[in-house]
Design a protein around this ligand. Structure first.
Ligand code: P6P
Length: 346
């Protein structure tokens, strides 16, 4: 008989999850949650691929809590993630960029896990068929914040859900993203390395294509929206200017600029090719634009597990304890040497 593959390239995602469970890296509950996230990503990939054909581009006519116009696909992708996670019966709280507040999954709050996610990040790119992505993080539910649906009112339940969700990234059990681009790639970490799975549309399954991703130690690619340059601090301007004449090794080859304007696409290229992605704070938005809970913390967990860094410019993103659900932080991530060089200017 063909011995079951012990992981490695070519392993289907479903098989890999079962192997992690057999090796007791995850329990059966988390295995179910991960499989359901894989299903949500396949459903969203299908929607994104057909968006232009099914009249799903354009605006949904509503705005989210961030005051951003919600694209039709934003709303649909959020529903996909919420429905799939509820149906697992293993999630206690789900928290989405698209929802005003975290939501307790009443039917099964006994679920062990809290899932935070951005169902379709970079959705402003959808109308131009530019890459987008889903981002998620999974925490253990905080046993001191389990609401009592029998006795507590909605305000108390909401308060406990927000407390349960606002955990530092150091507590993450799993972080991942799925990029919808020239191919559909699901990348995740369970705390022991970073693995990438490419969707084989002929099978309808994610197949391992990246076995233990490692970020190059350095890389001469920078990914910032330089349109904000005039609003940056003097230190950051000095840093950016230095990249034009070689960066840490002044007088050597200048850096190349690559900016998709979609975090998942820019991040994925950065961890594979090396370099740095940054969304700094500026005079208009001192904490930048990206959200801590469901963008910067999961991406930082992945970056660190791949041997890179995730920094606010002053500290590890994973050390930041969220005070607010939709809290923003300045974000710099990628090759260790590149992020350390940036931090020396902050
Ligand atoms: P800007 C997309 O809206 C997003 O949240 C990230 O995906 C992306 O990296 C960033 O904002 C782009 O922002 O201000 O450069 O358009």
């Amino acid at each position: 008989s063909v011995a079951a593959r012990a992981g490695g390239a070519g392993t289907p995602f479903t098989t890999w999850i079962l192997q992690q469970e057999m090796e007791e890296k995850i329990d059966g509950e988390l295995a179910v949650v991960l499989s359901s996230i894989g299903l949500a990503c396949k459903q969203i990939a299908s929607l994104v691929q057909r968006a232009g054909l099914q009249g799903m581009t354009g605006l949904a006519g509503e705005t989210n809590v961030q005051g951003e116009d919600q694209k039709k696909l934003d709303v649909i992708s959020n529903d996909v993630f919420c429905d799939v996670l509820r149906q697992t019966g293993r999630t206690g709280v789900i928290a989405s960029e698209e929802e005003d507040v975290p939501v307790a999954v009443e039917e099964t709050f006994g679920g062990n896990y809290v899932v935070v996610f951005d169902p379709l990040d970079g959705s402003s790119n959808i109308d131009a068929a530019v890459s987008t992505g889903s981002i998620w993080g999974i925490y253990e539910s905080d046993s001191t914040c389990i609401p009592d649906f029998g006795t507590e009112d909605a305000a108390k339940i909401e308060e406990k859900c927000v407390m349960n969700v606002c955990q530092p990234g150091n507590n993450l059990l799993c972080a991942g993203y799925c990029m919808y681009s020239s191919s559909t790639i699901l990348v995740l970490t369970l705390g022991e390395g970073v693995y990438g799975f490419t969707l084989d549309p002929t099978v309808g399954e994610f197949i391992m294509s990246h076995d233990n991703i490692k970020v190059p130690e350095s890389g001469k690619i920078y990914s910032f929206n330089e349109g904000n340059y005039d609003m940056w601090t003097p230190g950051l301007k000095k840093y950016m200017d230095s990249l034009k004449t070689g960066g840490a090794e002044q007088g050597t080859k200048p850096y190349s600029a690559r900016y998709i304007g979609s975090l998942v696409g820019d991040f994925h290229r950065t961890i594979l090719y090396g370099g740095i992605y940054g969304y700094p704070g500026d005079s208009k938005n001192p904490n930048g634009k990206l959200r801590l809970l469901y963008e910067c913390a999961p991406m930082s967990f992945i970056a660190e597990q791949a041997g890179g860094m995730g920094s606010t410019g002053k500290e590890r993103v994973l050390d930041v304890v969220p005070e607010k659900f939709h809290q923003r932080v300045p974000f710099f991530t990628g090759s260790k040497k590149e992020v350390q060089y940036l931090e020396s200017f902050m």
